[in-house]
Design a binder for this molecule. Structure first.
Ligand SMILES: Nc1nc2c(ncn2[C@@H]2O[C@H](COP(=O)(O)OP(=O)(O)O)[C@@H](O)[C@H]2O)c(=O)[nH]1
Ligand SMILES: [Mg+2]
Length: 245
């Protein structure tokens, strides 16, 4: 990837990784990030509370086992992944912010393309499991089904230019994030919120094929029943924006 001077203060992109007791996973995450993330970037690991086991596990790693530009960010905005992601976005220094997960649910093969498209003007670039070339492996059937249906139907009903607006694996332009308040109260639905806000605000939304895998270690903290209404809010918001005014 071209772009910024490797020695400059500003990285080409920032990688935001929310963590909740990912001590057992973070070493492998760091290795894969070192090996596979392209270009000049920084990695921001965002934890919520002092007792979280991720910072200690990171401290036990040698410098050569971690991404070169790693920053640990203590999220003080509020507990939970919704606030952790925003804390990471606010701490990011690159012009493009990539959100991904510590359990390595996202495949990094197309990160270069996602970042390049955001750098070229797309406000939101969705990693897309439901377009040709994308894949979803494992995870609860109901969750996958609802997420796929939400994405495909929104695309048909509102013209949203991605098959997969609910995937959290996305690249955002930081200038778009800075002028777009996040209203979602919890969970991961801020990804859907930002995607529909960009599109209906006149911004460019694009997608790149992505593969998502369920975690192999630890437990998912995704609360399907509790968070469903939060997704529905932005689903209906998009429908109204398309058809009522
Ligand atoms: N900071 C923070 N990160 C969280 C929280 N819950 C989950 N995460 C992180 O969000 C990412 C995805 O979480 P996960 O439970 O695997 O969700 P799933 O992949 O949708 O099943 C992982 O990196 C988690 O460590 C939380 O309450 N706070
Ligand atoms: Mg996961």
């Amino acid at each position: 990837m071209g772009g910024f001077d490797q020695g400059g203060a500003e990285p080409e992109y920032s990688v935001v990784v929310p963590v909740y007791n990912e001590g057992p996973n973070i070493g492998v995450f760091c290795r894969v990030a070192r090996e596979q993330l392209p270009g000049n970037h920084e990695v921001l690991i965002v934890y919520d509370f002092e007792g979280d086991n991720t910072p200690a596990a990171l401290a036990a790693l040698g410098a050569e086992q971690k991404p070169a530009n790693l920053r640990l960010v203590h999220n003080t905005l509020g507990r939970g992944v919704r606030w952790a992601i925003e804390a990471g976005m606010r701490a990011a220094r690159g012009p493009v912010v990539l959100v991904t997960m510590a359990d390595l649910s996202d495949d990094f093969s197309n990160v270069g393309q996602m970042v390049a498209r955001a750098a070229a003007g797309a406000e939101v670039v969705s990693g897309s499991r439901y377009m040709q070339g994308g894949k979803q492996i494992g995870g609860p059937m109901v969750k996958s089904f609802l997420s796929r249906m939400a994405g495909l139907s929104l695309r048909w009903l509102t013209g949203l230019p991605t098959h997969d607006p609910t995937n959290s694996f996305k690249a955002y332009r930081r200038d778009f994030l800075l002028r777009t308040p996040i209203e979602s109260s919890e969970g991961f639905c801020l990804g859907l919120e930002l995607t529909v806000k960009s599109h209906f605000g006149g911004g460019r939304v694009e997608e790149v094929p992505a593969t998502w895998r369920d975690r192999t270690a630890g437990k998912s903290r995704f609360k399907l029943v509790k968070w469903l209404p939060k997704y529905l809010r932005w689903y209906l918001w998009a429908l109204r924006r398309r058809w009522l005014w």
